[in-house]
Structures are given as structure tokens and as C-alpha cells.
Design a protein around this ligand. Structure first.
Ligand code: ATP
Length: 355
């Protein structure tokens, strides 16, 4: 956050709301994106991501709130600039290419007469690596190439901001990862600020500089991927993003007491709390006299998830990478948490472990 304040803001949304009938699609959305950053707007289906993107683009009028792009107010109580006056480029889920135009003509489409310079089209096609196929029609391209034409068309007029709505969801799994990285590199080279909407956590975590988590029309947290994963601000964010273990505990400043003993905390805490740690933080040791039993094992190839039932009946999850000889269903285990944990004010009236 401090870092953002020092940098120039490319996009600023202040308290945006949009209600359709009785559906509050977006409520009090406040979001800053610094110049040159790549932000993922991440949330489950129907949480309002596209509505926010459309309000930034000018395809939707907010009920309340303001949008600034490049320091210029483009939406507010007394102003509404249409999309073509916002210096933005849009990339849609289905690319929306013109089927009867070549790659080159599609790319040139967003440029007006005076700016339709061949050198600009050539420059953008080179940036997205499509010079060699500039005379092809869209149906003669792969999904990844079509995606790059859509990006070239959006970048051609030299916008300040690119908005991408679920840009990778039309690609099959084998292609998706490569295209994601290509798009990321192209945007970085172009030095443009971008927001992309996604419901895919892995996509957001692996691509974005920052992620805004949106649930039920509200942004719950904006942070760097690592921080969001390690320090989710609430139980809700922790469960939405990845797997999590929760236990009741009692905070004592830098430590918390719980049924697994005294654990270090990431942030100082006091009183009744709910602690959270990730399954990969739970280390298991086979021990026939241990207080837990492995009751389930799910194998994913690159890792596996083990479910442990403690004698207290608490269920914990442990993610193991690589070989885990001796850790099979029915094996009793000792458990310990090997990283500092998050602690949230106790919301569920969990029984509190003794200090
Ligand atoms: P998805 O990931 O499925 O595209 P989303 O997070 O982008 O979802 P939105 O498309 O912004 O969500 O929709 C948010 C809510 O607003 C949904 O309940 C949706 O049905 C509703 N909604 C969106 N657009 C309209 C509209 N034009 N009229 C009425 N309701 C709408």
C-alpha cells in the first residue's frame, strides 16, 4: 500500500456502487492501481467483477462513486466520459475479432484515420509476435494467436490502461499457461497498466502484481499474491484463496496457545482468537503413539493432501510434496506447525484452548 501511494496512480475507483433491481452487483468498491501494474480482480462467479470492469471502461454508469484514469475524472456525480474518451483498451473473453478482416486489419481497426500509420501497426504486431501471420484471417489462427490479435488491437492506439475480462478462459489447459505468460510479457514490454478479471486463483496468483479479492459485490482485500496467501485479512479470504486449517486459540502477543501447543503468530494478538495456517505448514511424523491418525489421502501427482483426525476430533489437513514414506491411511502421527500463523478475532465462539 505504501508503495502504491508513492507511485502515480493509473486507475482510482472511489466508493463505486451498482445495483441492478435488487441485486447489489458492486458495493463501495474502492481500488487504486499504480502505473504499470497488473492487477487481478479475483472472485467467484457473480460477485460483481465484470460490473466493476465495465464501470471503469465506461460501459456501465455507476449509481454512486467516482472513477479516475490517469489522474482525470471520467465518472462521477457531474461527469461521465464515454469509453472512447477514456484511453483504455478492452480485451474480451471471446476476443470479439472481426471474422472478415485479416490480422493486420483487425489490429488497425482501433486506430482512427490519422493514427492508422503502417509503422504503428507493424510495431504492435511485432510486440505481440504476429508479424508472420498478418495476412491471415482469424479462423486460420490458434486460440493463443487470436488472443494476441485481440491484445494487439487493444494496444494499437497506445492506451493508458488495458482491461481484460476473463482473457484466458477460452483456452484449453495445455495452451493456457503459455498464453498467460506471453500476455504478461507483452503487457510488461508495452509498459501499460492492466486489470484482468478472473475466477481462477492460480491464474491470479501466478500472473498479477496485486490481487483484489471480491466477494458478494465487495472488495475484501488488495495485496501482493504472496502476502494475500500468507496473510489473508479474514477467515473468508483465507478459505476463498487456497486451503486452510482453523483452530481456536488464545493470543499472548507474539504467540498463541492452541491444542497444538504454543505457536508463533505473524501479527501480535490477544484474547480469544481463531488461528489459521496452510496445509503445507503442517508437518507430520509417523508415530504409533502420536495424537492424530491419517484418515484420508488424496494424491495429485505433484503433491498430496492428507486429512488427519486428532484425538480431540479436530480435523487437520496437511499437504505433502514428494515422497512421504510411511504416511498412509490409518497411520498415527505427531503434528507440528513450522511457520508463524495468522490469528483472527474469534467469530464463532470456539472453545478456547488453555494458556
Ligand atoms: P462471472 O464471473 O460469472 O462473469 P462476475 O463476478 O463478473 O460473474 P457480474 O457479471 O458483474 O459478476 O454480475 C454481478 C451480479 O449482477 C450478478 O448477480 C449478475 O446476475 C448481476 N448482473 C450483472 N449485469 C446485470 C444486468 N445488466 N442486469 C441485471 N443484473 C445484472
Amino acid at each position: 500500500m505504501i508503495e502504491i501511494q508513492k507511485q502515480k496512480l493509473a486507475i482510482r475507483c472511489q466508493d463505486l456502487c451498482k445495483i441492478y433491481g435488487d441485486v447489489p452487483a458492486a458495493c463501495g468498491v474502492t481500488l487504486d492501481v499504480a502505473e504499470g501494474r497488473f492487477l487481478a480482480l479475483l472472485g467467484p462467479s457473480g460477485c460483481g467483477k465484470t460490473t466493476v470492469l465495465r464501470m471503469i471502461a465506461g460501459f456501465e454508469t455507476p449509481d454512486t462513486g467516482e472513477v479516475e484514469i490517469g489522474g482525470r475524472k471520467v465518472s462521477g456525480p457531474d461527469v461521465f466520459a464515454p469509453p472512447e474518451k477514456r484511453r483504455i483498451g478492452m480485451v474480451f473473453q471471446e476476443y470479439a475479432l472481426f471474422p472478415h478482416l485479416t490480422v493486420e486489419q483487425n489490429t488497425a481497426f482501433g486506430l482512427n484515420g490519422t493514427s492508422k500509420r503502417p509503422d504503428r501497426i507493424h510495431e504492435v504486431l511485432a510486440l505481440v509476435g504476429l508479424e508472420g501471420v498478418k495476412d491471415r484471417m482469424p479462423h486460420e489462427l490458434s486460440g493463443g494467436q487470436q488472443q494476441r490479435v485481440a491484445l494487439a488491437r487493444a494496444l494499437a492506439p497506445g492506451p493508458d490502461v488495458i482491461l481484460l475480462d476473463e482473457p484466458f478462459s477460452n483456452l484449453d489447459a495445455a495452451l493456457r499457461d503459455r498464453v498467460r505468460q506471453e500476455v504478461r510479457q507483452i503487457l510488461r514490454k508495452a509498459g501499460v497498466t492492466a486489470i484482468f478479471v478472473t475466477h481462477d486463483q492460480e491464474e491470479a496468483l501466478s500472473l498479477a502484481d496485486e490481487i483484489a479479492v471480491m466477494i458478494d459485490g465487495t472488495i475484501l482485500q488488495v495485496d501482493r499474491p504472496e502476502r494475500l496467501y500468507r496473510r489473508p485479512s479474514s477467515h473468508r479470504v483465507a478459505t476463498f484463496l487456497g486451503d486452510a486449517n482453523f483452530l481456536p486459540g488464545t493470543g499472548h502477543g507474539d504467540t498463541v496457545a492452541c491444542e497444538l501447543g504454543r505457536l508463533a503468530t505473524l501479527e501480535g494478538t490477544q484474547g480469544e482468537v481463531e488461528i489459521m495456517f496452510r496445509p503445507e505448514d503442517l508437518v507430520l511424523t509417523a508415530d504409533d503413539k502420536g495424537p492424530g491418525e491419517i484418515i484420508e489421502r488424496t494424491y495429485f501427482g505433484h503433491d498430496q493432501m492428507l486429512k488427519i483426525r486428532m484425538d480431540s476430533q479436530t480435523i487437520l489437513k496437511s499437504r505433502l510434496v514428494g515422497c512421504c514414506r510411511g504416511l498412509h491411511e490409518g497411520q498415527r502421527v505427531r503434528v507440528h506447525v513450522d511457520t508463524p500463523v495468522m490469528a483472527y478475532p474469534s467469530a464463532y465462539g470456539c472453545p478456547v484452548a488453555p494458556a
